[in-house]
Design a protein around this ligand. Structure first.
Ligand code: BES
Ligand code: ZN
Length: 622
């Protein structure tokens, strides 16, 4: 037996090496100064601290039905609580003892939904008996035909930014963190997974032909992070803390693409501190999922379009994993500050890519991000209000929120040095774990703990310009010009009349290929397009990102041989980032493109998510 002293010394060393993560607060703080215009809640008077769901999934009626029991914290004077809701049918609201409580819906707004106000009569726990609407925007109910296996239906939810109020009657604001638990019943043989601890992996009997699955999230999270998926699900372990769910038809390809996930978690921890959520699993959803990924805690949701066969698009996984710090642990209190989630995450993502795959790949991906930022400046106008990081206008250009945001962090890193910057960012996550964050607090933290009164440094950083002013400050950290040197040389040669066969495309990385395709002149004659297509095998491509880049160029030039591939692509996946720009490009081609767009949209629309149809419907209006 070892002396006690020894144990203590070992424990002390452990503590020094990896400071134990602070326990999450039971009731998370609210920032009085951060008013969320996207929510009806008035949390200073009464707020939700815990949500307990007991819901049945009804695939025939396309609704979730059951109860939400809310634990509240309210000032003694509070007579009512205001919740968010969208399209919910509420049958009753009762207090802890089962007594009915009066409730009323306010006027309905197409974005915000309707306030659901409940008279408390002193209650601090209320139970709402309700159903979601068949067209609830957070929920996509897929027919068997829309799945990979074609035999069973599928359901998934997407909460960010303000959609969860269409299936959960709570205060749907990222600054109002809530713990939660859930019991979901589904028809056999389907399984259910959620973004919390999965307590009953195999489910429990719940009456004839149904099974119940239970979940728990004991850390307070922003309510947009409560997520559910139901379907014919297989699971493949990847590492001690990591694994992937997918339909049986997809699980092998998914697991192969994701082999590096456990290493990514370890790299992320080495960079910025402990992963605090227990497991990191992922689910690869059917192709109608409208995003690349969604950082639902303990269970990232992924599009199948990231499966390229060569792991070239796993930056997506590094991105969603990074949100376990920037976004899920420290969370934008209002959506006008979403750069605090997405910009910090895009920077963090790139650091994971560097740690796993080396600086060459990381600097190529950073250079692509810079180009996306430049494209946003070109589109919005260099000094447009929508180019501010803190952007109350809701413009939400990803080239700003993600890429200017990441450039800001890269600029901080280069100015103070990587070591000092990393120590600061790591301590930022520790200091603000499980808290809401605002631009103002972010800058105050930087000044208090990194700048620390150094006037020369303060001047060099231009912090306020970065966060509050449009455009790009002149200290911006530029990408490594060597990152794409050989691609840019090939572009110049092609531009000067060189043949497509001379382009060494086959030997390039996916980032280099994207640089090449996006760097080609936007107007090209048909023979040049045909030559490129033939030499590089573009129309036949299977990498979703490079196929998309090629289709954008081909359709903008009315290159007819690409139309069948565009049709296949638009009918086989529903990711908004791919679908909306392709329809926009077709529509810009007037009498050539509009009929194609209309024909394809008529076929594809029924398979798309409301997020995607919402965008494309607007484009299609004559
Ligand atoms: N959190 C976002 C997805 C999101 C953003 C949903 C805003 C709803 C509103 C997610 O982390 C994300 O950024 N996904 C990107 C992928 C990434 C690699 C840039 C996507 O979906 O393309
Ligand atoms: Zn993100």
């Amino acid at each position: 037996m070892q002396p006690l002293r020894h144990h203590l010394a070992a424990a002390a060393i452990l503590l020094l090496a990896a400071p134990a993560a602070a326990a999450p607060p039971k009731v998370a703080p609210i920032l009085a100064e951060a008013r969320d215009s996207a929510s009806y809640a008035r949390p200073a008077e009464a707020r939700v601290t815990h949500v307990a769901l007991d819901l049945a999934a009804d695939f025939a009626a396309r609704r979730l039905s059951g109860t939400a029991t809310l634990d509240l914290q309210a000032s003694p004077a509070a007579r009512e609580i205001v919740l968010d809701s969208k399209g919910l049918a509420v049958r009753s609201v009762r207090d802890g003892a089962g007594r009915p409580l009066p409730f009323a819906f306010g006027a309905s707004d197409p974005e915000k939904g309707a306030a659901l106000t409940v008279r408390l009569n002193g209650a601090r726990r209320i139970r709402i008996d309700y159903s979601s609407a068949a067209d609830a925007e957070a929920l996509q109910w897929l027919t068997p035909a829309q799945t990979a296996g074609k035999r069973h239906p599928f359901l998934f939810s997407q909460g960010q930014p303000t959609l969860n109020r269409s299936w959960i009657p709570t205060q749907d604001s990222p600054g109002i963190r809530q713990t939660w638990e859930a019991r979901i019943t589904v028809p056999e043989p389907l399984g259910a997974v959620m973004s919390g601890e999965r307590l009953t992996p195999k489910g429990e009997r719940a009456g004839p032909g149904r099974r119940a699955f239970r979940f728990r999230m004991d850390k307070p999270v922003a309510p947009y992070l409560i997520a559910l998926a139901v379907g014919d699900l297989a699971f493949q372990r990847l590492g001690p803390r990591t694994g992937v769910y997918a339909e049986p038809a997809t699980i092998r390809a998914a697991a192969a693409e994701l082999v590096d996930t456990e290493k990514m978690v370890a790299a992320a921890e080495r960079l910025y501190g402990p992963y605090r959520w227990g497991r990191y699993d992922m689910i690869v959803l059917p192709p109608a999922f409208p995003y690349g990924g969604m950082e639902n805690p303990t269970l990232t949701f992924l599009t199948p379009t990231f499966i390229a066969g060569d792991r070239s698009l796993v930056g997506l996984v590094a991105h969603e994993l990074s949100h376990s710090w920037s976004g899920n642990l420290v969370t934008n209190a209002v959506w006008a500050d979403s750069w605090l989630n997405e910009g910090v995450t895009s920077y963090f993502e790139n650091r994971i890519m560097e740690a796993l795959y080396g600086p060459a790949r990381a600097s190529q991906e950073a250079a692509l991000s810079w180009a996306d930022m430049e494209a946003a400046f070109a589109e919005l106008g260099r000094d447009a209000p929508g180019t501010r990081l803190h952007d109350p206008s809701d413009a939400e250009a990803s080239g700003i929120v993600y890429d200017k945001g990441a450039t800001f962090l890269r600029t901080l890193e280069r100015t103070v040095g990587r070591q000092r910057f990393d120590a600061w960012l790591r301590s930022y996550f520790d200091r603000h774990a499980f808290e809401p964050m605002t631009s103002q607090r972010f800058l105050a933290d930087l000044r208090a703990t990194l700048v620390r009164g150094d006037r020369a440094l303060e001047e060099r950083l231009q912090l306020d310009r970065w966060v509050y002013a449009p455009g790009l400050p002149d200290n911006a950290a530029r990408p490594d010009p060597a990152a794409f040197a050989r691609v840019d040389a090939a572009l110049a040669a092609f531009d000067a009349g060189g043949g497509a066969a001379a382009v060494p495309y086959a030997g390039w990385t996916t980032a280099e290929r994207l640089r090449f395709l996006n760097g080609l002149p936007r107007t090209l004659p048909q023979p040049r397009l045909a030559e490129l297509d033939r030499a590089l095998g573009l129309t036949a491509g299977t990498n979703a990102e490079t196929l998309f880049a090629w289709l954008q160029l081909a359709l903008a030039n009315r290159y007819a041989p690409a139309v069948p591939a565009a049709e296949r692509f638009l009918l086989s996946q529903g990711r908004t980032k791919f679908v909306a720009p392709l329809f926009k490009t077709l529509l810009a081609q007037g009498e050539w493109g509009r009929p194609i767009a209309e024909r394809l949209y008529a076929k594809a629309r029924p398979g798309y998510h409301s997020v995607t149809t919402g965008r494309v419907d607007k484009l299609m209006k004559p």
